[in-house]
Ligand binder design. Structure first.
Ligand SMILES: N=C(N)NCCCC[C@H](N)C(=O)O
Ligand SMILES: O=C(O)CCC(=O)C(=O)O
Ligand SMILES: [Fe+2]
Length: 332
């Protein structure tokens, strides 16, 4: 059963897997097999882990956060130039309190971005997300930096998922091809004001929606919390240069419930402003997601998941958007 942990999340050095990630016999390498074993333990016990040795430079990760701080420090009117609206495909800047989780306002502001796609590519389901991303003009190099960063995070996520696919007992490629050969992605650029007496929930308890999340958070504040089976909230103390990785709802379904998407929330108790950039690697937007045959065979005991779960990823995302932005109307 997942989420049975007490304190520190596991730390996984993924570098041996990255060296061999294009070799279909990667599991024959002892160092790769060791990484895969660690991924299995982490995904089974916690659903969250620190990722190190991932090949994205600490300099780039820092620059992304520094520029994000610069953006959120701009005057409100300036930020509103890229305001999120339904007409803009729910892409762009949202003020503090616009995002709802579990029916409550979240104390964060954000820029939401989604992979861009051709109009009508995903029919009626995809329509509400159509539109180009809205990048700020200030800081000037932000768009370019983020596009480079997104490319690196996409490649890294695919490779980490090869390890997770092996960890579940599949080939390295169970989360590619039909399911995620054309992976959708989400980027949330998040800013959390320093501690505030009234409501200090930066982001309420939720699970992430897709396959794998890569969280790049400020090094000097602890705000993210992960819930274990006992119901305790475990703080995720930052490790500089690491990503926090966690499993999303689609991976839970595809794995036939063998791995779970773990609940987490954010409370910035520091007096200082915190930023975090979340990259969310998802299945294909139009994938019909249900437990994979191979994992139904391997884990036949997991009946609840098999019986209840079958969802088109894009519909899952759009449903989440509708509750998250129930207050967002054209003229707000
Ligand atoms: N793509 C991700 N992970 N987004 C999470 C956003 C925060 C939770 C959201 N308001 C909700 O209610 O789901
Ligand atoms: O701010 C964080 O550390 C995590 C944010 C988060 O959980 C999310 O956007 O899904
Ligand atoms: Fe999350």
């Amino acid at each position: 059963m997942a989420t049975d942990f007490k304190s520190l999340l596991p730390v996984i050095d993924i570098s041996p897997l990255l060296v061999k990630c294009d070799d279909s016999h990667m599991m024959e390498d002892a160092a790769v097999a060791e990484v895969v074993e660690k991924l299995d333990r982490a995904c089974r016990d916690v659903g969250f882990f620190y990722l190190i040795g991932h090949g994205i430079s600490e300099g780039l990760m820092k620059k992304v956060k520094e520029m994000t701080h610069q953006f959120f420090e701009l005057p409100y009117e300036e930020k509103l130039k890229i305001k999120i609206t339904p007409a803009a495909g729910y892409r762009g800047y949202q003020r503090i309190g616009l995002n709802f989780t579990g029916g409550k306002q979240d104390m964060h502001e954000a820029i939401d971005c989604y992979k861009e796609f051709k109009r009508e590519k995903y029919g009626d389901t995809g329509k509400i997300l159509e539109g180009p991303n809205q990048w700020p003009e200030d800081p000037q190099e932000y768009k370019e930096l983020m596009e480079e960063y997104i490319k690196l995070c996409t490649d890294l996520s695919r490779n980490v998922l090869r390890g997770i696919s092996l960890a579940l007992g599949g080939s390295p490629y169970e989360f590619e091809g039909k399911m995620a050969g054309d992976p959708f992605w989400i980027v949330r650029i998040l800013g959390y004001p320093g501690v505030n007496q009234e409501n200090h929930i930066g982001c309420g308890a939720h699970t992430d929606y897709g396959l794998l999340s890569l969280i790049n958070q400020d090094d000097d504040k602890t705000a993210l919390q992960v819930r274990n089976l006992a119901g305790d909230w475990i703080p995720v103390i930052p490790i500089p240069g690491s990503f926090i990785c966690n499993i999303g709802d689609m991976l839970k379904i595809l794995s036939n419930g063998e791995y779970e998407s773990t609940l987490h929330r954010v409370i910035n108790n520091s007096p200082r402003y915190r930023v975090c950039v979340g990259f969310f690697y998802e299945t294909n937007f139009d994938a019909m997601v249900e437990p994979l045959d191979i994992f139904k065979e391997k884990y036949p005991g997991n009946k609840t998941c098999q019986e209840n779960k079958k969802v088109v990823y894009g519909e899952h995302l759009v449903n989440k958007l509708k509750t998250t932005f129930a207050n967002l109307v054209e003229h707000s």
